[in-house]
Design a protein around this ligand. Sequence first.
Ligand code: ADP
Length: 521
Amino acid sequence: MQTVNPQTILKEKFGYDNFRAGQLDVINKVLAHKHALAIMPTGGGKSITYQLPAMMFDGITLVISPLISLMKDQVDGLNTTGIPATFLNSTVDGQEQAQRMSDLRHGVYKMLYVAPERLEVPSFFSFVQSLNIELIAVDEAHVLSQWGHDFRPSYLNILPLLEQIPGHHALLGLTATATERVRENLQQLLQVTDENTVLTGFARDNLALKIIHNQDKRKYVVEYLRKNSDQTGIIYAATRKQVDELTTYLNKIGIKAARYHAGLSEKERQSQQEDFLYDESPVIVATNAFGMGINKPNVRYVIHYSVPGNIEAYYQEIGRAGRDGLPAEAILLYAPQDMHLQEFFVQKSEGSEEHKQNEYDKIREMNAFANTQTCLVRYLLQYFGETVTKDCGHCSNCLDTREWVNVTVDAQKVLANVIRMNQRFGKTMVAKVLKGSNDASIRKYEFLRELPTFGLMKERTLKELTRFIDYLTAEGYLQFEGAEFPVLKVTSSGAEVLKGQKTIQKRLEKIRIVSQSMNSD
Ligand code: ADP
């Protein structure tokens, strides 16, 4: 191993003066040939934690990455920095492949990038076993965890293989997904101790988070893009159809936008991505298929046109804005129907019941986040297990100037009603009883119309009631239980409200009084 110190290499090879939080810590563990886990936010600088040791080791660093489409860019980037690296995947033809393998045997390269599937090819795996591997880096490691947001069960097949790679090598898992469950799962899968797990802060102070409710989304986007026409950004939509429709519309009205989703040919995806990366198109409208591994430093905004299915994906996607450290915005356009779309995706997905349950829970957590009125950054960081002492001061909740009103009595009505309904019904039914609805779903359960809480909030619209229930859930007074058709339960915090031991504040909202004959909106 080279004796130059990491700081010198950071400066000489990468051109940076200082390590970012956690980087040196990870590097030291890797240099000591440990099994380590690096959990850092998107844009936090994970790559250097294996690229730098790769420069110091005599042996080869094997990088396992699911991002085939980006391998070439990554490797080209390393080669221009003077780090001899190569990749082997299906895009490399036979002759070139043989050449690269021979060069690897002769110590020409310090780094080899491969996709996980490739290791499962026996002849290739024997080749890997014949190399002097000193570090195995597993990028985007959360795909290995069933609790992660992008679980790929087949990737678990690589774990027993890694154990069969000879030599005293380090193993480094890297991810931006930091829920405790995923972390513990990865520690177990990759055999990493707590001591060798490096978790850095998730705060991205330059990102201003905004959640916008009840807006005409398309109109909002058009106005935003016109106002920020000199900026570049990403718009995430939930489906390919949404991507196509929005892109077509934007281009029609003269706003140049690229598009990206898995339904496009490889060639078109590549060219659309390049248009965006090289600023030909200031905007790219994409599904979540876009962005993993994308390193465009000057993305000034990320707009979610539809609510993502979980907080991890949301966090990862907004992390693509402001990688250069300059101010950037992350805007979530919220509509309650978006949650149904996400539920539909889970319903149609394959996977065990346990996995689906987990996905449904994640959708509810995302919905809660979108409906909270506490500081969004605080909420997010607490979700990732960080203790936060102060509000960010620049998210849409911190900047909300509406006055706080005491809604304890209204909350007590809702909570009491949930209890009266035996905590056996979902959000819509709870809202309908409070509204005093008389539709077939209510008539099916005779006792509901007999309840003292039936029609107790009839002056509210159903929409207002479900929104208020979402609010009470977001703030932890109610919780959902169950998978596809979850029921509402009162939490211990909600019980305190019912007993008058706690009051609830909420931002003042315009309340529409509707005539009593209307029983739905
Ligand atoms: P991640 O993989 O964690 O999302 P990257 O490794 O792609 O992040 O790094 C994000 C950006 O930060 C890159 O442009 C990278 O060059 C830059 N970067 C990494 N480490 C440092 C550092 N110590 N100082 C300044 N910039 C850094």
